[in-house]
Design a protein around this ligand. Sequence first.
Ligand code: ATP
Ligand code: MG
Ligand code: MG
Length: 541
Amino acid sequence: MLRFARCYSLARSKATQIQSTVFRPEYALKCGLEIHTQLNTKNKLFSQSTNSATPLLDVPNHHTSFYDVALPGTQPVLNLEAILFAMKLSLSLNSQVNMVSQFDRKHYFYGDQPQGYQITQHYRPFARGGKVNLSRELDGIDELSKDISIVQLQIEQDTGKSHYTDADKDVVTLVDLNRSNIPLIELVTNPDFSDIKQVKAFIKKYQNLVRHLHISSGDLETGAMRVDVNLSINGFARVELKNLPNTSSIINAIKYEYQRQVELISRGETDSLLEPETRGWTGSSTVKLRSKETTIDYRYMPDPELPYINLAPDVISGMAASMLELPDDIMRMLMQKPFQLSLKDAKILTYNGNQNDMYNHEALRSYYLETFHEFSKLIGKHSSAKLPTNWIIHEFLGDLNKLQVPLGKAQEILPPAVFAEFLRLLYTDTISPTSGKLLLFYILENFKQSGCQDSSIPDLPKLIKEFELHAITDVDSQELMTLCNDIIAQHTDDAFIRNLVSGKKKTSLKFLVGQGMRQSQGRIKASEFEKKFKEILNIQW
Ligand SMILES: Nc1ncnc2c1ncn2[C@@H]1O[C@H](COP(=O)(O)OP(=O)(O)OP(=O)(O)O)[C@@H](O)[C@H]1O
Ligand SMILES: [Mg+2]
Ligand SMILES: [Mg+2]
């Protein structure tokens, strides 16, 4: 117990130390990233095995061929889909695709690497150069604009996975080769990052890019994307940080390592910072894995079983011509007229979350754009941008999440033209926002209760009539007067009225209006109540 308490307090003090890390200009941070991304091709890089999309659910060693487990005599056959994916990514990053690239063997011995070498691209990578632009406007970095330049992109095969178990005190290593030979792209950036916000923004942006291009799930949690950070201060040697399973580990490891190096430099103890080293992340600190002297000699050599990748120029130009619009351009389009979305809303339509979301950004964006278009047609001009935004991005999405109904399904009963008609009812005050919320939720809940099977289009006028949701637009003045007088009689006393009328407690008016909205079930507008209460109580402010 005591030991636990000591460990706990040590971990807590490290956490506090990490939180309070201050980046000081006299200790300039320099960072570069190496990002491995699994490509979601149908098959593996050099075999016909399935490249599984659900690695966490798989039975170990299920997706393996003779080649993946390195049976003698098997040979690699290149999967061209991986080349197309690499080309898409390179073009999106403005990288120069090499017309000729080649595969090399990187030798090292490990249980989850049965060939004894990994096939990668060492001498002639797939693409070189390129950049990612980060901006204050879109990515929230401190600088107005900053380019992170790319060294290269290389295609390589993933390794298997080792699991260590403690069976009767003998440590047993279990090897799962499902991951062996899945295609990876390693992206190497120059050490252009000078603060944490830039690193975070880059990772988010790159993750979204691979999802946008449909070449990877980009998930850090499943290991589909793995980030190594290289970090140095004031010209000392770089330290490479590995085993960073999620964004918070990446950020905390940088903070911890920065602080560690600053302390060494400020104490003049810089011997250990003269040679590069590789460190791992334990969850609360970095620990040395190996130094330069013990660096493995990988004995790189061209793979004699694989021919060069020779690209014809028209393959690249053909791909360039068919490229999708990129996320930054889409965001800028959405933030301008006529849509005028906020950055946050534009991101919802452009940035993909993980697979658990009830929608994907592309489907939601086309739904939004089509509905916007239909709505503009209905009301005969460019619509007020706020209405489609609020009702699609906030209300509708909120309902889908609450009810766990996927957008693809909900669209069957609420295609863009029907949603646009619903928006028209709100725009023309045929129904109040309160009634609109009830109606939308009712429609979706009903659909959910049918097991998302009853895909008949809802009859909006009929439902409005049935549930008496029609807004009371021509409010009978006498009826409103009676309602307001009743509320005043039931909910106020002399002091309440005095403070309200004198303006000392103006918020009391909101309270009265709220009561009115509740009693009329939202069918009489708040502004009508406000007018009436002011008139009855002779409020002058
Ligand atoms: N002075 C430096 N400070 C911080 N980072 C640096 C510095 N110099 C280089 N880097 C970064 O180190 C990384 C080097 O990656 P690269 O893949 O080229 O080599 P590696 O780490 O030796 O190889 P491996 O792929 O086997 O890990 C790049 O991300 C680069 O930006
Ligand atoms: Mg490295
Ligand atoms: Mg590398």
